[in-house]
Ligand binder design. Structure first.
Ligand code: 5RP
Length: 230
């Protein structure tokens, strides 16, 4: 049962997005609570005869997809994905994103960048004028993390090593750690994204620049389709 306005918005976005999936598509299956609704709705369409294969971006999404009988495939079998549907932690007017709140950013970025189209589904709280209020997840090689924490601190990024409950570092599906950088409003996400990408030890960072083709946003009882503003 959907019991809060924000959950309703997530559901509405997912419900709209599920109609974009066509027969015989290879579909990138994102991660997170909005994608959860999408997977359940996609499972319903599959049970009625839709023939697709999904590539999950996290262990959690794979489990849900299997539960609802969505056939699973891999990037090894299909290197080109027709459509990816994924959530976001923030999106700006250029449809640049921050992702990775759920820790699945690396596979999400690999899947998105090998997709003909990436569509974001989100509730209205994710829409921002400038990215950065949501801490930027940076996935790092465990060997590098103490040095990177210091380096990010020197840069003024207020870094915090993500933990899984207690003291132990959170470990991603790919065996890495995540440092959450508290940036505040970012004026130039493209430049900052390039800086992180050029830093040894960083495997992936949560800026998704120029990847989303549109955002389907639930707002109240309605759905808004947001395209890049010029
Ligand atoms: C996971 C993600 C999610 O897509 C993002 O955190 C949004 O999640 P939700 O739909 O639960 O708000 O990037 O790594």
């Amino acid at each position: 049962m959907i019991d809060s306005p924000i959950e309703k918005e997530k559901f509405l976005a997912a419900e709209h997005a599920v109609n974009l999936v066509e027969n015989h598509m290879i579909v990138g299956l994102g991660s997170g609570s909005t994608v959860y609704y999408f997977l359940r709705l996609l499972g319903e369409r599959v049970s009625k005869g839709l023939s697709i294969k999904g590539i999950p971006t996290s262990g959690r999404s794979e489990t849900i997809a299997r539960e609802v009988n969505i056939p699973i495939t891999t990037l090894q079998e299909h290197t080109e994905i027709d459509l990816t549907i994924d959530g976001a932690d923030e999106f700006d007017p250029q449809l640049n994103l921050i992702k990775g709140g759920g820790g699945a950013l690396l596979r999400e970025k690999i899947v998105a960048s090998n997709s003909k189209k990436m569509v974001v589904i989100a509730d209205s709280a994710k829409q921002v004028k400038k990215l950065g209020k949501f801490p930027l997840p940076v996935e790092v090689i465990p060997f590098s993390y103490p040095a990177l924490l210091k380096r990010f601190d020197r840069e003024g990024f207020n870094p915090i090593l993500r933990t899984s409950g207690g003291e132990k570092p959170y470990v991603t599906d790919e065996g890495n750690y995540i440092i959450d950088c508290h940036l505040g409003m970012v004026d130039d996400p493209i430049q900052l994204s390039a800086w992180f990408d050029a830093t040894p030890g960083v495997v992936c960072q949560g800026f998704f620049i120029n990847m989303a083709s549109k955002v389907i946003m639930g707002k109240g009882e309605l759905v808004e389709i947001i395209r890049k503003s010029s």
